[in-house]
Design a protein around this ligand. Sequence first.
Ligand code: SAM
Length: 246
Amino acid sequence: TGKLYLVPTPIGNLEDITIRAKKVLTNADYIAAEDTRTSGILLEKIGVHNRMISFHKYNSKERAPELIKLMQDGAVIAEISDAGMPVISDPGYILVQECIKHDIPVVPLPGPSAFATALIASGFDAQPFTYYGFLPRKASEQKPFFEQMNQARATSIFYEAPHRLVKTLKTMAQILPAERQIVAARELTKIHEEFIRGSVAELNDYFAQNAPRGEFVILVSPNTEAPKQLSWPELITLVDQLVAAG
Ligand code: SAM
């Protein structure tokens, strides 16, 4: 049988394509791309010429069995999204699941993803962290997420569209204490890369003056005061110790 390669592509800077990614994209029988137009431009720029099949969230249910059939017949498929890692807030998950179900090897390539790129420069502890992807759009539906981030001992990371950022920060300010530290990582790897760091109140003021433009990753610092949540193994060890101690 064939196999499925999961291939990350640049999140801005074209030089972030890896040598291996380029090789896999060139040698695959097909490239399954979220948007064949966007990817066509990228592939052209990095000098990859290959066949593309469209595979996105609206056709993935029908397309997945067709791609599985191709791989069962020996095809090697390289899956890419518009930018960054497939599956990370992008399509791909269904195809990975189907490959596993059908015993087709899945080979992930390491490479750029916006959340990890933002996290390592945030200055917040990366262990543990929670990645939320995109939050719901409605303030009422976002609030429970901010409650959770408020209590979390982990760094919280989410993606937000520029035209929604001001409203989302206002909603955050209703839940998180004003002094809680936030980082807005903007236009990573691009010319206008920028890290806007400050409290919830400061970021609200900043973006009220400077309308958000470009792509954003938002990070919320961990709440080091929050009560420590025991994991199941820790909890079981504790119960065992208490029982042993009578
Ligand atoms: N698969 C991608 C990844 O691995 O990061 C994420 C795709 S998601 C549809 C697109 C969102 O990722 C954007 O709205 C933005 O929040 C974030 N993003 C992508 N590229 C970025 C960049 N260069 N700088 C900041 N955020 C970025």
